[in-house]
Design a protein around this ligand. Sequence first.
Ligand SMILES: *Cc1c(COP(=O)(O)O)cnc(C)c1O
Length: 820
Amino acid sequence: MPQTHNEHAPLNLSLNSVKQSLTNHLIFSIGKDPITATDRDWFFTLANVVRDRLIEGWMETMRRYYENDAKRVYYLSMEFLIGRSLMNSVLNIGFIDEVKQACIDAGVELDRVTELEFDAALGNGGLGRLAACFLDSMATIGLPGYGMGIRYEYGMFNQKIENGWQVEHPDNWLRYGNPWEFPRPEVLYPVKFGGRVVEYRNEHGRMHHHWMEDDEVMAMAYDTPTPGFGAKTVNNMRLWSAKASRDFDLKYFNEGNYIKAVEDKNESENLSKVLYPDDTTAMGRELRLKQQYFFVSASLQDIIYRFLKHHSDFGELPDKVAIQLNDTHPSIAIPELMRLLVDNHDLEWDRAWDITSRTFAYTNHTLMPEALETWPVSLFEAILPRHLQIIYEINQRFLQGVMHRFPGDTELLRRMSIIDESRGRRVRMAHLAIVGSHHVNGVAQIHSDLMKTTIFADFERYYPGKLTNITNGITPRLWLNQANPGLAQLATRHIGKGWITDLGKLRQLSALADDSGFQAEFRAVKRANKEKLAAILAHKLRLDVNPDSLFDVHVKRIHEYKRQLLNVLHVITLYNRIRSNPALEVVPRTVIFGGKAAPGYAMAKLTIKLINDVADIVNHDPATRGLLKVAFLPNYDVSTASEIIPAADLSQQISTAGTEASGTGNMKLALNGALTIGTLDGANIEMKEEVGAENIFIFGLTAEEVARTKNDGYDPWSHYHANSELKWALDMIASGYFSPDQADRFLPIFNNLTRDGDHYLLLADYNTYIAAQERVDSLYRHPEQWTRCAILNVAGMGKFSSDRTIGEYASKIWGARPVL
Ligand SMILES: *Cc1c(COP(=O)(O)O)cnc(C)c1O
């Protein structure tokens, strides 16, 4: 990349302007002299310099949407897993060279300074990161999209590894302040809870409902400008923070109970205190339901306020507003909009329902029963009594429709009802979301197909065409341009930089897959990235790894369905083969794990301990002769992902077929030139179609075979007894080989995979997995063939840009257009 400065840059992006801003902000915003400025002072100084250059575009964008009376898309999500913003904004604005030079001139080490930014980790994993990629894509294509969520004071916990175990530490990410957000103390909405509903007839004899709530919290807006590539469009992410309501304070204050008033203030502000760290598991906690309603209520009040500024007829709402529900977490928005239209704005039920169900759409993220949200009716009754009434009314009318179409099928009514009567009466949020939305989408083809044929089959029959697929994607700005500058520049040198906003252009790289010069350059980039990761492993884990070894990467949340244990079984098998046959020719491997376990998920936490105990034994056994190393890199987040992924040779995507809705880690790794070893699950299937079956290592049971195997009465013991290497590995885990200080430590894992039924069929897939790993080794022995394959993987990732994904949402679901 030429280090010359863009002579045609707008004035405020010129080197002189950047240098001037840097000095001014250090002095006037941070209040420091260059002599005493710390790296952190420079981070905040730089952030201010960058922020200044976002604001004009931000205001211009909002003006443009307003003048066009554009249809707005509101993306409601409990989670936004953003990561760091400094370099992302610099690259999107397009003045990286000027920033670098200004830092050099000021004696500031940019690389050290960027490390001081805390990740905005307001999400668990894939679902939250998808929301962040979507914000980037909406701004890049110029779509009027608004992210709406919660400004958690504490985001995803920091994971430390102590004695091999995960220990959670609070993520106090706002400690030094957040330079990207604009507090809006005047954008403040009341959110009410509890109480009871009073019914009365008005003077025209019409029934009305008055919610006499007994609790109130204020939601205050914090806005974060979100630039697209080129920063022509800068959209807004609005996050809500809970503030005590004034009335609430005064009640006790007037009684002379000052301390009680302040205590209660704390209590109501707890609503936005912390992100629930449970990924793909529904937590039936009262505070969680309150968080959901809190941000939904504030968002809808805000959406309606903006709508009513220029419109008076609610009939136009579905033409001017599209609301996307990221999973069922915000689905209380459906009865809330009904409540606002019927109770507050006096609309007839049928008209309100028509408007509501043409405004919402819902994205389903999982088929696993433990992830499907249901809330006890009693909890709803206590916290949102009016909403419960509205849900009953929605349900009654819906079931009447079902009854009319399928008379006499009471079993069908029981299955489709929004109220589950079988487990002590619970509200099924997914059914509510489907009934109240015009479209419901899955996130990869197989997932959407399974959605239609399994959990939502009744709805597919009742609402043909409502259920659809939109395959996930990732933003190439972060996951290639920013995370892997070496590969990005290599691609740009050969095919131009169009790929950054049109990822399909990467196809042109396939013509270079056999070009030995290009191959050498490609290998050099990967090699440099691996050296960088090796240095990080040496620094963080005091572990020496060979950058020429195969970097085998398994990074994602720790979950039984993602089968980190299957990977461990392969590691142990390799270890046993090396020990029992010292002459064995093996491909040197470094197996790298990363991922967080939900704090209450014992099996996931024990898996982390097993990985670390296996690493301890394997890494210190002279028998492995540096042929096998195992590393668990702590605190997997967006920043560590950006360090690990560009260095990966092999990407582990080995979930039990039918369980991973899409995956996006799979896309990030392949885009960075890793080959995938994976099952026919989630987006792996579409990746295989794009890169060609010969360029991906597919193994294991298909989703159909998984279902059949379970149906036929799966017996893990039969695999245990039929395969001596598998038995050996499992017996070592069970007998304390890796835990000499506590022999029975991992017995729960052994039991889980044998006696307790091996729910995720690891043993059934063990043989084909080991065989696939042998194919990996064989190919890695031929660097030209491996590199060719890796290039074809990069070249085939065009489909998986979130720009394509967002384009499909816009045309198929939202009916929204870019406003440029
Ligand atoms: C992409 C991403 C995920 C999702 O990874 P999967 O492999 O799709 O589960 C989780 N966490 C972080 C930090 C990510 O960047």
